[in-house]
Design a protein. Structure first.
Length: 155
């Protein structure tokens, strides 16, 4: 899964001017980006629609910031939760599932054990909680950058 990116309109012009900005403004913009990706991460971890049993999927929401270009990334670490892309994007199954080493599959439905020789799974609709979190935090991200630049210019 590709990382989720936060894009700032007019970034190319800002980056060209960025090299001429004072150190305080650069630091303020970097901190604003860091705070913005953390806000989206926190929102994604708290406002999802899936049922969490172990917390691994929430912990798989990670952030990264490229401080040189002021870019923020929010991504799902599939090493922590291998099923994360399927929950976020949905799963589309082709064909049936058969047991590999046993005679039947065994799983629970409504608290009762069920056995089956094969299963035809339904396609699962995804829960794009990263995108929803970014949309929900849009105004807060704008405010982070507005406050950061105002504070840096005051100094």
């Amino acid at each position: 899964m590709q990382p989720f990116k936060i894009r700032v309109d007019g970034l190319k012009e800002a980056v060209s001017k960025f090299n001429r900005l004072p150190f305080l403004v650069k630091t303020a913009l970097r901190l604003a980006m860091l705070n913005s990706v953390r806000d989206v991460q926190h929102e994604a971890r708290n406002t999802h629609q899936f049922i969490s049993r172990t917390g691994a999927l929430e912990q798989s929401v990670e952030t990264a910031v490229d401080y040189n270009n002021i870019k923020g990334y929010i991504l799902l670490n599939s090493d922590r939760a291998s099923y994360a892309p399927y929950v976020h994007n949905g799963a589309h199954y082709k064909g049936d599932i058969y047991p590999l080493n046993k005679k039947a599959l065994r799983f629970k439905i409504d608290g009762h054990w069920v056995f089956a020789k094969r299963v035809h799974p339904k396609n699962r609709k995804g829960d794009p909680f990263l995108f929803k979190a970014a949309i929900a935090e849009y105004s807060k991200i704008q405010e982070n950058f507005r406050m950061a630049t105002a504070m840096a210019l005051r100094k």
